[in-house]
Design a protein around this ligand. Structure first.
Ligand SMILES: NC(=O)c1ccc[n+]([C@@H]2O[C@H](COP(=O)([O-])OP(=O)(O)OC[C@H]3O[C@@H](n4cnc5c(N)ncnc54)[C@H](OP(=O)(O)O)[C@@H]3O)[C@@H](O)[C@H]2O)c1
Length: 331
């Protein structure tokens, strides 16, 4: 079978499409014929050896997929060959067939396409876990999302809006801002990319305050990091929550006096580890997300779908940070 393999640490150009033997399901596993895999920023980190998990090479990247069960291992009672499923291997999705623990799969209603299903897990799972479990979000909260047109960012916009929060989007372009508005943001602020000096940071903070109701946020969803984290944290209200999700723009250093002055919390969000620690909570979250999709409350925006032969292009696009929503690879 064909697989997109990381054979050496590096960027998208280090990936190779190779032929490997199809895997056999172990007890408790199902074998899935993959139909679609969705890309996430961590896929770029994992092939560069910069992620929290470091799989042994050669390995296929790709955290989330959808497909059809083709064979079940000993002891699997919940699935049969022919079942449509989505699954979360965390890596390994860019292959024609994969074996994965049955507990990391979810049966798919017929109405959910393979592309949408693949895109519904990591970004929405992270945003949902961040906003609800870590952020304690409630209706009426003012939520500021940085990187609001990226995978996790746009999911956070949609979910916060669906739960009755008021969303302000931080984005690098007007096109991204309009995309966030189309998914439920009340307004957007164009924020600079990369390093900015102190004065510019103050100006960004002021722009964000201007856009926020009452000049403050209750929750910041930070999927960008770098020099935007400080200005965003400065907008938090008393007892606000700053959710640390990712750092495409670099790991920020935040002066400890800031959380003191607002009695606010800086809260880490490590969704992949949370899923492994509490599989039942993950399954409940996926049920909620599938239900929200079925009832039209969320709808993953597919930026582009590339065939497996163009997987390197999909990675290169993610690296640019230009996609709006999710990049999908069809297998
Ligand atoms: N904590 C967790 O459990 C968890 C789970 C999934 C993902 N993540 C992390 O969350 C972050 C977002 O992931 P994602 O899959 O949503 O990524 P994505 O779709 O690529 O979005 C990332 C956004 O970051 C912004 N950005 C700023 N500087 C960038 C740069 N140098 N390169 C690329 N993008 C840049 C871009 O928005 P603008 O153009 O608007 O600046 C882009 O839309 C990543 O750091 C990822 O590792 C964390």
């Amino acid at each position: 079978m064909k697989a997109v393999l990381s054979v050496a640490p590096g960027g998208p150009e280090t990936l190779l499409i190779s032929d490997i033997a199809p895997p056999e399901p172990k007890p408790g596993e199902v074998r899935i014929t993959v139909k679609a895999a969705a890309m996430n920023y961590p896929d770029l980190l994992i092939i560069e050896d910069k992620y929290q998990f470091r799989p042994e090479r050669p390995f296929a990247p790709g955290a989330e997929l959808s497909g059809v069960v083709d064979k079940v291992g000993l002891g699997v009672k919940d699935y049969l060959p022919g079942d449509r499923v989505m699954a979360l291997p965390l890596w390994g999705a860019l292959v024609q067939q994969i074996c994965i623990e049955a507990s990391m799969c979810r049966r798919l209603p017929d109405a959910v396409s393979f592309e949408k299903a693949a895109a519904l897990q990591m970004a929405y799972g992270t945003a949902y876990y961040g906003l609800t479990e870590r952020g304690g979000m409630k209706a009426g909260d003012r939520v500021l999302v940085l990187g609001a047109a990226g995978g996790v960012g746009l999911a956070a916009v949609e979910l916060a809006n669906a739960f009755g929060a008021t969303v302000t989007a931080g984005v690098s372009t007007a096109e991204k801002g309009e995309a966030a508005k189309a998914r439920g943001a009340k307004n957007y602020v164009i924020c600079p990319r990369g390093a900015i000096d102190r004065e510019k940071q103050r100006a960004v903070s002021e722009d964000l305050r201007q856009a926020l109701e009452g000049g403050q946020s209750d929750i910041v969803v930070d999927t960008v990091g770098g020099d935007l984290a400080g200005p965003a944290l400065r907008t938090l209200a008393w007892l606000g929550r700053f959710l640390v999700i990712g750092f495409p723009s670099g790991i920020p250093s935040i002066p400890a006096n800031l959380p003191l002055l607002k009695s606010c919390d800086i809260r880490g969000v490590f969704w992949g580890a949370a899923v492994k620690r509490d599989v039942e909570a993950h399954q409940r979250a996926m049920d909620t997300l599938l239900d929200m999709y079925a009832t039209g409350r969320i709808d993953p925006k597919i930026h582009a779908a590339y065939p497996m032969e163009d997987a390197v292009r999909a990675f290169a696009e993610m690296k640019d940070g230009k996609p709006i929503g999710k990049v999908v690879v069809t297998i």
